[in-house]
Design a binder for this molecule. Structure first.
Ligand code: SF4
Length: 694
């Protein structure tokens, strides 16, 4: 890392990578950032940081940044740099032309978990008020939408129940479908500290991740389930809790709906859910499952942490509800050290969901069909809102292919690289008439765009992010936007050009509006965040300083609701032609599609995606570490270099998706969660064979 000299002053802001939401001091000299120093008073990180937040910020001034708006009539034409006025005017006129020709519902917008709460709120407002429909969705669709559905259904709020600090009071920790060492490193450090102090650790993951037997901690149990069998495993854990008399009867009687509990108890008690029966499905020895269930139910404060290995499945929402069932059955919810804790992938996944970026929900998770709530927004926004839910992202693609969806405003999200079944996405985008991409780089999606609006990085704007603990933290501008505008200002310009007036002078005014219109955020303001350092929602008249632990006396929905979680096998089955299961994940130094981290010095630690496979599978195919291998699925084909490792179980292969050339999503399929359409990235049947260097 190049250190440019001593800083002249510093600005406290928030990391723009993962859902931990670490605070940093951006140290400045001559208008330039010279280093990012983890902020000692940061409540999410207490002075700690990982290699992404610490070192991977140089992309903000990378030569690839696009700083001038561009337009083109056809995607085969070269880009033409134009003024902001011309670009905004062209985009608005195209959207209006399309709506005039194909109808009001023929356009929509996609918000990004990489942008601030205020920016996300404005995009959904533009879609609802200026486009006049509810065709707005967020990239959380492809990661944690099942968390929203599953937690809202069972406990009444679409958010994690605890603070990260709460893990210090845990006695038993279950981590399922998450690899915090790579994905949420600063939280992983807290967790490891607690395990070294004596807490028991149970890991449920197809891979032998670092937490199983890494240098700093060793798990008490590793449940190496097969990809796609989370629900089967959770039901077998529940079976042991119910049939061995380990239910917290007092908690359940006082806090949960009795009929739903009785039905659930009968369901999980059935022999088909026993660990012995389910062993053939999950591959996890029944004895291990029984011991782990007893430990979680009787070992003191039990906390569950989960990630995309839970949500990105055809049964993602079912799995989230199954996790909530476990916590309620054992009374492990509503105090410190316990709870149900989604480890959100991106910095502002929680916030983008909170801000009404779903086609059926206004800010604060309130259904657009509700006349009273809709009326409040209509009065505040001076517009009549459509009561019908709009299109989700995959529905937008389908509608594009059938000719009824023709225009898209996509802010801060590279859907071509990050969404599954790339060929399907590309076909859908190719059939649209106007795609407006707003981003800091000319990303893969921009190849299909007609208007490119330069975006601003987190260093160039004011706003807030909400981390996985429901914590609002301030993002503070340290540099002038390279393109002249912050993202929220561009959305505002576009909305005004479309004829719906927005007139915010500063993001704090947007937050004030969000707070006025959303009961869980009534008390949130920049002044309060500045005073407290950060604030966890709900923050309102009942909790003016915010809420670290939720569901303390009762669940947000009143009584907790047990839900029957029947296991349904994935559509993706191994066959003779596709005998291996591929699952995907992240690595410490890189981040998601890599648009930012690939343009920093972090590539020195990881400069390509590799296919990990077990030595037996490698030997069967004559593959050694470093060899090139072709990976074929029902959806597509790509080539990677191999990494042979005993961290994989036989029959399962794994890769990351940080580099566009690896094309991991060329081979993932369009299978998705039954409730939310979150793609099943984690289960793809593939064949792997050695090939010549491409
Ligand atoms: Fe913290 Fe996550 Fe940023 Fe690392 S990537 S510094 S853990 S917020």
């Amino acid at each position: 890392v190049t250190v440019l000299g001593q800083a002249e002053h510093s600005v406290v802001t928030t990391c723009a990578y993962c859902g931990v939401g670490c605070s940093f001091k951006a140290e400045m000299k001559g208008g330039q950032v010279v280093r990012m120093v983890p902020y000692r008073n940061g409540q999410a990180n207490e002075g700690h940081a990982c290699v992404k937040g610490r070192f991977a910020w140089g992309y903000a001034t990378h030569k690839d940044r696009i700083t001038k708006p561009m337009i083109r009539a056809k995607i085969t034409d070269p880009w033409r740099e134009v003024s902001w006025r011309e670009a905004i005017s062209y985009a608005a006129s195209e959207f209006r032309r399309i709506q005039g020709k194909y109808g009001r519902g023929s356009v929509g917008g996609i918000t990004s978990s990489r942008c601030t709460n205020e920016e996300t709120y404005l995009v959904q407002k533009l879609v609802r008020a200026a486009f006049g429909n509810n065709n707005v969705d967020t990239c959380a669709r492809v990661c944690h939408s099942p968390t929203g559905y599953g937690l809202k259904t069972t406990i009444g709020e679409s958010a994690g129940t605890q603070t990260f600090a709460s893990v210090a009071k845990s006695d038993v920790i279950i981590v399922i479908g998450a690899n915090p060492t790579d994905g949420h490193p600063v939280f992983a450090s807290r967790l490891k500290r607690r395990v070294r102090e004596g807490a028991k650790l149970i890991i449920a993951d197809p891979r032998r991740i670092d937490l199983v037997d890494g240098p700093h901690v060793k798990a008490d149990y590793h449940l190496p389930l097969r990809p796609g069998t989370n629900v089967a495993l959770i039901n077998s854990l529940a079976h042991v809790i119910v049939t061995e008399g380990l239910v917290d009867e007092k908690f359940v009687a006082e806090r949960c709906e009795p009929l739903a509990f009785a039905q659930w108890r009968d369901f999980v008690a059935h022999e088909e859910n026993s660990p012995e029966t389910m062993e053939a499905v999950t591959g996890v020895p029944a004895k291990q499952v029984r011991e782990a269930a007893r430990l979680y139910a009787t070992g003191g404060n039990g906390a569950i942490y989960y990630g995309l290995g839970v949500t990105e499945h055809a049964q993602g929402s079912t799995t989230v509800m199954g996790i909530a069932n476990l916590a309620m059955a054992t009374g492990n919810i509503g105090r410190e050290g316990v709870g149900v804790n989604p480890l959100r992938g991106q910095n502002n996944v929680q916030g983008s969901c909170d801000m009404g970026s779903f086609p059926h929900e206004l800010p604060g998770y309130r259904h657009i069909g509700g006349a009273e709530v809709r009326g409040q927004f209509e009065e505040a926004w001076h517009v009549e809102l459509d009561p019908e839910p709009g299109l989700r992202i995959p529905n937008m693609f389908d509608a594009a292919l059938d000719g009824s969806f023709k225009g898209l405003y996509c802010q801060g999200e590279d859907i071509v690289q990050s969404d599954p079944d790339t060929q399907h996405v590309a076909s859908a985008l190719s059939s649209m008439e106007c795609i407006v991409v707003q981003d800091i780089f000319l990303n893969e999606t921009a190849k299909y765009a007609h208007v490119f609006l330069p975006g601003s990085s987190f260093l160039e704007k004011d706003g807030t992010f909400t981390n996985a603990e429901r914590r609002f933290s301030r993002v503070r501008r340290v540099m002038t936007p390279l393109c002249g505008y912050a993202d929220w200002e561009v959305t505002q310009l576009l909305s005004c050009e479309l004829g719906y007036d927005m007139n915010y002078a500063h993001p704090s005014e947007i937050m004030d509006e969000i707070a006025r219109l959303t009961p869980t955020f009534h008390g949130v303001s920049y002044d309060l965040i500045d005073e407290l350092g950060s604030v966890q929602w709900p923050c309102n008249e009942a909790a003016p300083q915010g809420t670290p632990t939720m569901h303390v006396d009762e669940f947000v929905r009143g009584k907790g609701k047990f839900v029957i979680t029947k296991f349904v096998p994935s559509h993706e089955k191994v066959t003779q032609r596709f005998p291996l299961l591929l699952t995907t994940g992240r690595i410490l130094s890189q981040y998601n599609v890599g648009a930012q981290t690939r343009r920093t010095e972090n590539v020195q630690w990881h400069d390509e995606d590799r296919l990990e496979l077990h030595p037996h599978d490698a030997e069967d195919r004559g593959i050694k570490t470093g060899d090139w291998v072709g990976i074929e699925s029902r959806a597509g084909y790509t080539v990677l270099r191999a990494l042979v490792t005993e961290r994989m179980q036989p029959g399962v292969v794994y890769t990351t998706f940080h580099f566009p050339e690896s094309g991991a999503n060329v081979i993932t399929t369009d299978s998705s969660d039954w409730a939310t359409n979150c793609p099943e990235y984690k289960v793809t049947a593939v064949q792997v064979l050695p090939v010549q260097q491409p």
